[in-house]
Write a protein that binds this ligand. Structure first.
Ligand code: ADP
Ligand code: MG
Length: 721
């Protein structure tokens, strides 16, 4: 049997191991497993240190047994075996219940790998649920022992069920039977970039004989990732631009609209409008991303494009991530368009929440062309939705949608123009990786007249009493006639908000010092606030994603109308909600949110003439990543700076969750924070390859790799939705 990357693990590995790998990581094929790269390497000669690893983290250490002690349990029958190991900088205790027999393996001086969760007991470091594998003398004797001692030990991201060394064993089994693989990197590039062959790189990253092996292997595989991704993106972009698309040129209608605006567009807005108009006039489909802070005036820019398209007889579909947002967009667009233009475009709203008759009406308006602006959620992607002449697709808050959703809408017209709006500023390298098939426009300068937002960290770990002051502060604000948001990270103890990624415990290094106190929830916070003496007489309500759409809408309307003083909410209010009288936001368990998410949330206040305040409440301890994220948000209002910080603080393996969804990107070795130069180089190579060989027929291996990657990403996408 010839084993390749597509071969399933079943039959190659033992049933139990194979199932464990599937459960823990979702791996099914040889290729999946081989991409599980070591997170670092240890050596038998050196001990790894547990110092600095936060409590609660799963670690794998190379350590040496110092002493063992057996003692009877105090309350119950049985015994405890305490094993003290040295990790190089200090001592760590392992505790086993009723396993005194282990004493004969764990003799002082024995070395091996030890894995478990880092804990503390009476001030001493412990490994909870420890697991170990000792280095055996036979291994050493079987080989040249000097070479053996030098050989780096790969330490893999592991789980409590599947230890690093078990993964290493599986890797060995697979590598032993793996056939010679085709190399997706063209030979000339391999030579210029001084890369290893593909098969050799896989061998050396998992089974290095010395340090230089895994370093060279990692460089090679990192380049692979970058090149494959850039080739995919450049190809996508060229394909998208090669087709014809109805030109949409601004005319009378566009002028009327721009003249009728109650303000003049900022320079940035004008530039972006011009870029959009150039794109849409080109005869090829526009694929443009417009990024700009919350309140930078993206909506009016998009509205201009919609009016231009309507001027040529075409329709626009606007896709929003949630019902609340779609509804909000619908209203704010009507307002932005003004009564005459709105009457002319005849906008309709199409969401999953519509009743059958209303839905039928909306569908008809879209299909007949009676409406030139259809606003909706993913309900717009359904097969029954048709357009008479779809000229423009506007997608709000790109990070919630995948490439495939963009495509689904695109196919409803004959290559409509596509405009993506995002309020999350995107560093250049991320734009090149995640949105590499789009042109990017930026609205950097905000329109005048926005009030600044003051942000404070309320660190309960340091100042527990500040909690009650938070609520007094909110009560003061309401007494002054303003309104408040209180944001919680979950709906109830058992129900998460839709689309919120659960922090998993799969990877070592994951919990990043998250505090272990129970999180605040909407359902518990609501009655708590209603019961506060300082809130007596205040109107406190709640909103979250699990409420029926009509109810959500009623609550938002009432809040907008000032009939609610304090709104307890989940992240459903994250984007687009515009209530100028809301001046203060309290974010509970702020450490549970990402940097960019906090920044988005805070953008909901300070939208009127009153300065905004944001109180970031956290239990996270000083010097944890969790706390650092919250502090970062309080330290600056610059979205680009925050986006960069966000990237740096992000958990490994989750880098391109930078697109905010927390979804895996398929990038394992490329770091968008530090690999900008590599990404640039890979992009240049990709351009050259595709210029000489547009359909990649001369690069079958590269094409096959692209195809495999595409399948995988659409699978991810399907899983998520
Ligand atoms: P975004 O969609 O980027 O968050 P909006 O388009 O909703 O921002 O704009 C925020 C507010 O600023 C709206 O009330 C809008 O009418 C107003 N606005 C937009 N552009 C300008 C401008 N050039 N001058 C003054 N106000 C503006
Ligand atoms: Mg907007």
């Amino acid at each position: 049997m010839s084993v390749g990357l597509e071969t399933t693990l079943q039959g190659i590995l033992g049933d139990r191991t194979q199932k464990a790998l599937t459960t823990a990581f979702g791996y099914a094929t040889v290729g999946d497993l081989l991409q599980h790269y070591p997170r670092r390497y240890a050596s038998r000669g050196e001990l790894t240190s547990v110092a600095g690893v936060p409590l609660g983290e799963q670690v794998t250490l190379v350590a040496e047994v110092v002493s063992t002690k057996e003692r009877p349990m105090r309350q119950k029958r049985g015994s405890i075996l305490e094993v003290v190991i040295s990790d190089g900088t200090g001592l760590v205790t392992l505790t086993f219940f009723n396993q005194a027999w282990r004493q004969k393996d764990l003799t002082p001086g024995a070395r091996g790998m030890f894995a478990g969760k880092v804990g503390a007991y009476r001030g001493e470091r412990q490994l909870a649920h420890p697991d170990y594998e000792l280095f055996s003398d036979e291994d050493a004797l079987a080989q040249n022992s000097e070479e053996w001692a030098k050989r780096p030990i790969p330490l893999y991201p592991a789980t409590s069920r599947l230890a690093s060394w078990q993964i290493a064993k599986s890797m060995g089994v697979v590598l032993d039977v793996l056939g010679e693989l085709g190399d997706p990197i063209p030979e000339d590039i391999r030579a210029t970039e001084q890369l290893l062959g593909f098969s050799e790189a896989l061998q050396k990253i998992h089974r290095p004989a010395e340090q230089s092996d895994w370093k060279a292997a990692r460089d090679t595989l990192r380049f692979h990732e970058a090149l494959v991704l850039q080739t995919a993106l450049v190809r996508r972009r060229r394909l998208a631009q090669s087709v014809a698309s109805t030109p949409r040129v601004p005319g009378e209608k566009t002028n009327t609209f721009l003249k009728g605006l109650p303000f003049t567009l900022t320079e940035d807005q004008l530039t972006v409008v011009e870029e959009i108009h150039d794109d849409m006039a080109s005869g090829h489909p526009m694929n443009r991303l417009v990024q700009g802070e919350v309140g930078s005036g993206k909506t009016v820019v998009a509205a201009t494009a919609m009016v231009t398209v309507a001027g040529t007889g075409g329709q626009t579909a606007l896709l929003a991530p949630t019902e609340v947002l779609a509804t909000q967009h619908f209203r704010s667009l009507i307002q932005t368009l003004g009564p005459d233009m709105a009457a002319s475009l005849n906008p309709v709203l199409l969401t999953g929440a519509l009743g059958a008759p209303q839905r039928k009406k909306a569908l008809l308006a879209a299909a007949s062309g009676a409406s030139q602006l259809v606003v909706g959620t993913h309900a717009l992607l359904g097969d029954t939705v048709q357009f008479a002449d779809l000229g423009l697709v506007v997608i709000d808050e790109q990070h919630r949608f995948g490439v495939d959703q963009r495509d689904a809408l695109r196919h409803k017209g004959s290559h409509p123009h596509v405009l993506v709006l995002t309020a999350t500023p995107i560093p250049r390298t991320v734009a090149m990786t995640v949105f590499g098939d789009l042109d990017v426009s930026t609205i950097a300068v905000l329109p005048q007249g926005r009030s600044p937002i003051e942000s404070h960290v309320v660190a309960l770990a340091d100042h527990p009493t500040w909690y009650s002051r938070v609520w007094s502060r909110v009560a003061e604000e309401v007494a002054a006639g303003r309104q408040a948001f209180v944001v919680a990270s979950a709906i109830s103890p058992s129900v998460q908000e839709e689309g919120e990624p659960e922090l998993s415990d799969v990877e070592e290094g994951d919990p990043e010092g998250m505090p272990s106190v129970p999180r605040a929830t909407v359902e518990e916070t609501l009655p708590m606030l209603r019961g506060l003496p300082e809130f007596a007489g205040l109107r406190v309500e709640a909103i979250h994603g699990r409420m029926p759409a009509t109810e959500k809408d009623e609550v938002m309307q009432a809040f907008g109308a000032g009939e609610i003083d304090v709104l307890v909410a989940t992240t459903v209010i994250e984007v687009g909600i515009d209530v100028p009288n809301a001046s203060i936001m309290v974010i509970l368990d702020a450490d549970r949110f990402g940097v960019s998410q906090l920044h988005q949330l805070r953008g909901r206040v300070g939208r009127g003439q009153h300065p905004g305040a944001c109180l970031l409440v956290t239990h996270a301890e000083v010097d944890t990543t969790a706390r650092a994220r919250v502090e970062a948000v309080a330290s600056t209002l610059d979205g680009f700076e925050l986006a960069a910080i966000d990237l740096e603080l992000r958990r490994e393996g989750d880098v391109l969750g930078a697109s905010q969804s927390g979804r895996r990107s398929g990038l394992r070795l490329v770091r968008v924070t530090s690999d900008g130069e590599l990404i640039d180089r890979a992009r240049e190579h990709a351009e050259v390859i595709l210029t000489s060989d547009p359909d990649l027929s001369g690069h079958p291996e590269l094409l096959a790799t692209l195809q495999a990657r595409l399948d995988e990403s659409s699978e991810d996408y399907l899983e998520k939705n």
